[in-house]
Design a protein. Sequence first.
Length: 211
Amino acid sequence: MELVTSFAVRDGRAIRPDLHWRRLGLNPRIWVPEVGNYFPQVRVYRSTAHYRLRPQPPLRTGTALWLAQDPRNLPHLKGPDFTAQLKLRAQALSHGADDAALVADGFIREAANASLIFFRGDELIQAPESLVVDSVTVRAAVEAGLIPAPRRERVPVGERLPAVAVSALHGFTPVTSWTDSQKPAPEPPLDCESINVQLWARAKRLDGPLP
């Protein structure tokens, strides 16, 4: 079984690389230039790590979502269904969206390439742990005290709550629209830009193996 993780690097620093290594179950030795922005990817198959250093793609400040059925067999792991997730993102782009919101049994789980946090009032909500990937960026924000731990609950497709998309590349971004609706998405009660700034202020250097 293959496991995958990707993370943003700015001038040799990354947000909680230790959590990315925990996701892989090993501590790979990698190298990144000390200057510049990158988006490396590490794949692990049969305890062997394969590393790709990639330039950082353009960042966005909002996320538009297209609804799609969740094709994953192991939704709590990042890697086994990675090819299907990439195909869904390509389809989302063709529909004028940034990512695909994955739906199963009438409930929204997460995006193909991002976690989703919903808001009912000031309460943060995420899908149950067994149905979504454990987001490094969400966990980093919770452990830094920047957001409370979301309550785990299934959110129906028809209940369009304010939401944010969270990924290692783009950080926290408000969900600005759903392609099946003419109305703009409700604005989430969260200062995404401030959280991203504070996460990067805590970023760690990538100097070979990390604890």
